[in-house]
Design a protein around this ligand. Structure first.
Ligand code: KMH
Ligand code: ZN
Length: 272
């Protein structure tokens, strides 16, 4: 039987706003509820950012603690992945504030890039520091790859011993400044992985669900949610990340695969 598909829900991010879609959650309570709902809809992993009550991005440990406590108090066992990317312009130390007790995975952004009209800074020393922190905290890294050269950086981290299995790769395609979300690009990136490793794809904007349709038959995992895309269909705002997860699950099943449970995702990702 084909390996199960891990559906990750990215329920808020640092860039999207409630002015764009009223379902974007801001408070820890709202973010936790969005994560729990996404888990009920079939997500095995939640990728977390936090916000201040007015919507500004936050990497404050107390916000992450409250979100995680609320998710667990609601009885959800989704895998908790905390963003160390935070928002453009934050210092690396601020970004690392998210790695609190209860986190199981943390992101490792694989290089500096244009991010829309801004620059998302991830120098090689930054990568080494984040990788080291994840190792110290025994968190499984998810390597965020936005462009082809970042696979060479991934190889460099492996060769230098800064990164080792288990780790996960997320191809984030369609960020203005990174690689476009196309079939050609995804196939090229998957071929470029230097060793057998679980990979997933997150298509930004209108490419979110088309990337799910492409990745599921290829054996990949998928990420959807309001962080990357605000629409359920052309011109129709998503009611929440749970709706996008449901749409992804339909597509995964159409490809003959089943969504992984959180326990199955932990086994696949090497989370102990
Ligand atoms: N907000 C972006 C600049 C991550 O979560 O690790 C970075 C980001 C990546 O969202
Ligand atoms: Zn993120």
């Amino acid at each position: 039987m084909a390996e199960k598909t891990i559906v990750t829900a990215a329920v808020v991010g640092a860039e999207v706003t409630r002015a764009q879609n009223p379902a974007v959650p801001y408070t820890p309570e709202e973010i936790a509820r969005a994560a729990v709902d996404a888990g009920r809809a079939g997500a095995a992993v939640v990728h977390l950012h936090a916000r201040w009550p007015d919507g500004r991005p936050s990497q404050a440990p107390e916000h992450f603690r409250e979100i995680i406590d609320r998710i667990r108090s609601a009885g959800s066992d989704v895998v908790i992945q905390c963003s160390t990317g935070g928002a453009v312009g934050m210092s690396l130390d601020e970004r690392l504030g998210s790695l609190v007790e209860g986190a199981e995975m943390g992101t490792l952004n694989m290089g500096t890039m244009n991010f829309g009209d801004e620059v998302f800074v991830n120098t090689r020393p930054d990568l080494v520091k984040v990788a080291g922190r994840l190792r110290e905290r025994r968190l499984v890294p998810e390597c965020e790859v936005y462009d082809a050269g970042m696979l060479d950086t991934l190889r460099w981290l492996l060769e230098k011993g800064h990164l080792a299995q288990p780790y996960h790769v997320q191809f984030v395609l369609g960020v203005p400044g990174g690689m476009a979300a196309s079939e050609r690009n995804l196939r090229f990136l998957v071929e470029g992985l230097s060793e057998a490793v679980h990979w997933s794809v997150a298509g930004v904007g209108r490419f979110q669900l088309s990337m799910v349709e492409l990745a599921a038959p290829m054996g990949g995992h998928v990420r959807v949610g309001l962080e990357d895309n605000l629409y359920a269909a052309k011109g129709v705002l998503a009611k929440g990340s749970d709706e996008l997860v449901s749409l992804a699950v339909q597509r995964v099943r159409r490809a003959g695969r089943e969504p992984a449970t959180p326990a199955e995702a932990r086994a696949l990702l090497g989370i102990t």
